[in-house]
Design a protein around this ligand. Structure first.
Ligand code: GDP
Length: 691
């Protein structure tokens, strides 16, 4: 006997995790009584500790679902608020403070809340019980209390005193039972008095003869009877001796002294129930009985919920199993797989292309600054009589001027900080790729994981950044002094730079077209350009700087005109240079001063391939080795169960899926436990019948 309540209490706490209404179908003892009837004193006497909020104003505003767990093999006594994550509070005044705060948090406008506070007390001195403390009934609404308070308390209590709960109706002995609000409320829902226990407090305040007659329940008979108690904490307890067993034994002593001093009325012969110890036993017994008789209906209710959960799982999720861990592990595996694929596709050739493209842009800038910086007309004018082609970089390959131009350009190219440029380019390309891998993975809908992954990538890349760029810079150092281009390299450069120039030419032409449509047509643009040309040659004098417009053109239009002229000149030059590069003179590196485009392109290719060799060793291989490990660190086994759960639930679809599975599992677990309890009960009954 008496294992049932303990088991059922365990089951109740599992059901609470299911988060369904089923908790209410497990019977509890609901404690009701008017304010000052001694309700708190009774509860504290049962627990053996002062832990309930005290005060003149109404202090209980939320139901307290109090679970007592008997721990016979431990000396420790402590309370826990599972919903708040507060564990093992062994100082009961701290429990009292928490309860007070939780109650006070209910705003005055709401009066009372039906959201219960869950408190579990573990102790070798408590019986296994499940009690619900409710706000005390009030007779008259106080000055500072809202008018609907009385009504709201009644409604809240009515909700809890429904079957199968046991009602513990507290009434003070010094108040006529006819006026007991608790008994009146109980009679409304339990008219035959079958599941109500009457507790008469303050027995010390009335004449024993009258006391005995109340307990004999002649007036309002209850099948479970009445128990008389004197449960006020004895004064001698004072502030100094609030020890747990002290309150228990002090009350027992006090009650003993009182009841045994009236043996006629309260003694064994009198046939009445008195004392907190008797009350505790009665509560255990009644709860056990109630639990036993509600086993069937509770099982049925749970089975029904389980069927619903199973159905939902089938219909919505195709019976597909899932756990937060497996979801994370699968997501991580899939991500690592896609990373591996990326790693196979992104290697030296891809880095080479990437770097070469960066350097191509730098080469174009250098060419523009050193060679293409004059309008064609000027270049032609510098050497009248020769055709345009012969006149750009150089018709006189031996001229010192053009030698210096090429040397300076080469030097600028090798000294532009290739180490940093290359490392930055590769790093940000890797990061971009990782970002798009994440976007195409299940992690896309998990901000936490996305951040962890991006951080993993940037941590490794940042760690390697300075050493890599230094290494790269070091290994291209020889090129700062001399670049030797072989004929094969030369012809590759010639081929390649042709493409670059064509692309640049296209870009200029597209930009020109855009300008045309921007100013309202080709003719309009031509007009402005003609004006700008004339002004540049000095054929037209423009007053001031033309900022407020000139020649009938607005300043904005003139700006566009200048841009167009620049683009046109650039396109003209590039066309000529394209011809030059294609010409016979540029087929050999001997004419490098005449063909700076080809030379610089070949030089850039050399720089890029040397850089790539080191980037591959210093950055890429390191990254490919470390990244999956870093992922494991951040998203693998180091995450706690809660973190994994939190991660998985970031995706609402996964959250719902997990919740259905969890509900189903918990309900199955509970049902299994209930079944074995019922079997146990059956055996017990058979045994009793046989005995
Ligand atoms: P609640 O408002 O119903 O929770 O009642 P309390 O437990 O706070 O008790 C109200 C008052 O009655 C307090 O002053 C208690 O000390 C007092 N009281 C409670 N039980 C007894 C008792 O058995 N005997 C006497 N004399 N006073 C009691």
């Amino acid at each position: 006997m008496m294992v049932l309540t303990k088991k059922m209490i365990e089951i109740r706490s599992i059901l609470q995790r299911v988060g369904q209404s089923s908790t209410l179908t497990l019977p509890s003892i609901v404690v009701i009584g008017s304010q000052s009837s001694g309700k708190s004193s009774v509860l504290e006497a049962i627990v053996g500790h002062e832990f309930l909020p005290k005060g003149t104003n109404m202090v209980t505003r939320r139901p307290i679902e109090l679970t007592l767990v008997n721990t016979p093999s431990s000396k420790e006594e402590y309370g826990e608020f599972p919903d708040l994550g507060l564990r093992r509070i062994s100082d009961f005044s701290s429990i009292q403070r928490t309860l007070t705060e939780l109650n006070m948090a209910v705003p005055d406008s709401e009066c009372v809340s039906d959201d219960p506070i869950h408190l579990t007390v573990y102790s070798p001195n408590v019986p296994d019980l499940s009690l619900i403390d409710l706000p005390g009934y009030i007779q008259v609404v106080g000055q500072n209390q809202p008018l609907q308070l009385k009504q709201k308390i009644t409604e809240l209590c009515d909700k809890y005193i429904q079957a199968p709960n046991v009602i513990l109706a507290i009434s003070a002995a010094d108040v006529d039972l006819a006026n007991s609000t608790a008994l009146r409320a109980s009679r409304r829902v339990d008219p035959r008095g079958e599941r109500t226990i009457g507790v008469i407090t303050k027995m010390d305040l009335i004449d024993p003869i009258r006391g005995a007659s109340i307990l004999n329940d002649q007036q309002y008979p209850l099948r479970l009877g009445y128990v008389g108690v004197v449960s006020r904490a004895p004064q001698s307890q004072g502030l100094f001796k609030k020890g747990p067993t002290n309150l228990l034994s002090a009350i027992a002593k006090q009650e003993n002294a009182f009841f045994s001093s009236h043996p006629l009325e309260y003694g064994n012969e009198a046939g009445v129930n008195v004392g907190t110890t008797t009350l505790r036993k009665k509560l255990m017994h009644v709860l056990e009985q109630t639990m036993s008789s509600s086993l069937q209906s509770t099982s049925d209710a749970i089975r029904q919920e389980l069927e619903e959960a199973t159905y939902e799982f089938k219909v919505q999720y195709n019976d597909r199993p899932l756990s937060a861990e497996s979801y994370l592990a699968e997501s991580l595996d899939a991500f690592k797989h896609s990373f591996k694929q990326f790693a196979e596709e992104f290697g030296r050739p891809q880095m080479q292309e990437l770097l070469k493209h960066e350097l191509d842009q730098k080469v174009l800038d250098l060419l523009a600054a050193r060679y293409w910086n004059k309008p064609i007309g000027d270049l032609v004018a510098a050497k009248p009589g020769l055709d345009n082609l012969a006149d750009l970089p150089k018709a006189e390959p031996d001229s010192l001027y053009w030698h210096r131009q090429l040397d300076a350009s080469t030097s600028a190219l090798t000294k532009l900080g290739v180490g940093r440029l290359a490392t930055t380019a590769v790093s940000s390309s890797i990061q971009g790729h990782i970002d798009s891998l994440v976007s195409n993975s299940t992690f896309a809908s998990h901000p936490f994981a996305r951040e962890a992954i991006m951080e993993a990538a940037s941590t490794i890349l940042n760690e390697r950044f300075y050493s890599t760029s230094d290494q790269v810079e070091n290994c291209i150092k020889p090129y700062k002094f001399d670049i030797d281009i072989e004929e094969r390299e030369w012809s590759q450069g010639r081929e390649h730079v042709g493409g670059v120039l064509k692309k640049e030419l296209q870009d200029c032409e597209t930009a020109l077209k855009n300008l045309e449509s921007n100013v309202g047509g080709r003719r309009k643009l031509k007009e402005v350009m003609t004006f700008v040309d004339k002004a540049r040659k000095g054929d037209i004098v423009v007053e001031g700087d033309g900022r407020s417009g000139a020649g009938g053109f607005s300043a904005a239009l003139l700006g566009k005109g200048r841009e167009a002229v620049f683009l046109r000149d650039r396109a003209d030059i590039i066309k000529m240079r394209l011809l030059a590069v294609k010409s016979k003179q540029c087929t050999t590196s001997k004419n490098k001063y005449y063909c700076p485009e080809v030379f610089l392109d070949a030089a850039a290719t050399k720089l890029a391939s040397t850089a790539v060799l080191f980037l591959n060793v210093e950055l890429l291989s390191e990254f490919y080795y470390n990244f999956p490990r870093e992922l494991d660190l951040r998203l693998g086994r180091h995450l706690s169960e809660e973190e994994i759960e939190k991660f998985a639930k970031e995706d609402p679809k996964i959250r719902r899926h997990l919740e259905v599975i969890r509900r189903k599992e918990l309900l199955e677990l509970v049902l299994g436990k209930m079944e074995s309890l019922r079997q146990l009960e059956g055996l017990e009954r058979d045994r009793q019948a046989a005995g």
